[in-house]
Every structure is written in structure tokens, then in C-alpha cells.
Design a binder for this molecule. Structure first.
Ligand SMILES: C[S@@+](CC[C@H](N)C(=O)[O-])C[C@H]1O[C@@H](n2cnc3c(N)ncnc32)[C@H](O)[C@@H]1O
Length: 190
């Protein structure tokens, strides 16, 4: 998975009492966040969900810029799960392609959300967001899969794969949990 090894340091960081195992290395500091792009695959959102997403983006804007990109599932592929996942992978990959426009590089640090991913808490999520700024990337991209999850291409492209819970979540709930965690990375909420 790409350069995921770079992040091993984060997940081995030492801890101290009384919040054993819950210390964030950015505690007491503002975490400098890269611009964030959240890509989520799925059907048209309900107005209620969109309202909540917009509310989080509004709250997060004091801290970092968040781009909410929706990738619609193609109903033509509904009968062929493999074709659907492949098409979704391709669509997402096109939106996280590293690019160089004249002297400006747009390099994505890609975090794949997956129920089988690495189990991290809020503090480690804050470290992940802060440390992404030291990877040389110019953007932090979170990818949420469709009804059948991510395919091989996305798994190969991702720099790291994380879980938000041990439960399998609907992609819309995963989006809200992610946004809440991003909001929580602001030190005051850890
Ligand atoms: C309905 S789930 C897909 C479940 C599917 N069985 C799979 O193999 O991934 C849709 C998307 O929501 C996200 N998701 C669901 N549960 C999650 C969890 N516990 N942690 C992180 N992401 C999750 C993932 O991005 C997933 O691809």
C-alpha cells in the first residue's frame, strides 16, 4: 500500500498516564491540515444527509478546506458486482491522480476507509491528519466505497486503510463519522 510504512511511526508513538494509550502528539497545538478531499461513492443523497454534511463543512472551514466529491454508482453495472466496483475504482482514481500543473504539484495522500482497515482512535486520526502534511503531499484524500466496497486498484493506490468502527457502516454514515472525526481533530475536542 504505497508509502503506508511512513505512518508506522504514528501508530507506535509512546503514551503516558493517566490517558494511557490516548495521547496525541499534537496535543495542545493546532494541527496544520492539508486541504482535504472526501470522495464518496453512492446513490443520490437525502436532503437530510446533505444538510448535515454542509453543516460539518461549514464548521471545518475555520480549520481546513474540505471538498466533498460524490461519485454516483452506475445502475447499468448493478447486476455485475465486479464491473461496478471496477468502474467505481476507476472513477475515484481519476479524482486522486497526482498531477503537475506547471510548477505546482497536486499530490494526494490517500486514506481508504474500510471496515477491515487499521483500527485507529481519534488521537491517531489527528496525528494522521497532521502527519499527512509532512509526507510531501499537497492534499489529503479520504475515499469511501460504494455498496460493495473498494476494489483492487483502490487498495493498491491507498497510502493507508483505516476503519472507523468494527461495524460495517452505510457509506453515508461512514461519511458523517469521518466528518465528525475531522472536526474532532481540532485539539479542543480530543
Ligand atoms: C456499505 S460499505 C461497503 C461494505 C462492503 N461489504 C465492503 O466490503 O467494503 C460502503 C463503504 O463505507 C465505508 N465503511 C463502511 N463501514 C466502515 C467502517 N467500519 N470503517 C470505515 N469505513 C467504513 C467504506 O468506505 C465502505 O467501502
Amino acid at each position: 500500500m504505497g508509502t503506508a510504512m511512513q505512518l508506522c511511526v504514528i501508530f507506535n508513538s509512546t503514551t503516558s498516564n493517566p490517558r494511557q494509550g490516548r495521547k496525541c502528539k499534537y496535543e495542545g497545538q493546532s494541527v496544520r491540515a492539508l486541504p482535504i478531499r472526501i470522495l464518496s461513492v453512492g446513490k443520490k443523497r437525502s436532503p437530510g444527509l446533505q444538510l448535515m454534511v454542509d453543516e460539518y463543512i461549514d464548521k471545518l472551514r475555520y480549520y481546513c478546506s474540505v471538498e466533498d466529491v460524490q461519485i454516483r454508482t452506475n445502475p447499468q453495472n448493478a447486476r455485475d458486482q465486479r464491473a461496478q466496483v471496477d468502474a467505481e475504482d476507476e472513477a475515484v482514481k481519476n479524482l486522486i491522480r497526482d498531477e503537475k500543473v506547471s510548477a505546482i504539484k497536486d499530490l494526494h495522500w490517500v486514506v481508504m476507509l474500510d471496515e477491515r482497515g487499521l483500527d485507529i482512535g481519534s488521537e491517531k486520526m489527528a496525528e494522521l491528519v497532521g502527519d499527512a502534511g509532512n509526507t510531501g503531499a499537497s492534499r489529503l484524500s479520504f475515499c469511501i466505497g460504494g455498496p460493495y466496497g473498494h476494489g483492487r486498484k483502490m487498495r493498491d493506490r491507498a497510502n493507508i486503510s483505516i476503519k472507523l468502527s468494527s461495524l460495517v457502516l452505510n457509506h453515508q454514515i461512514a461519511l458523517l463519522v469521518l466528518m465528525e472525526q475531522l472536526y474532532r481533530t481540532d485539539r479542543a475536542f480530543l
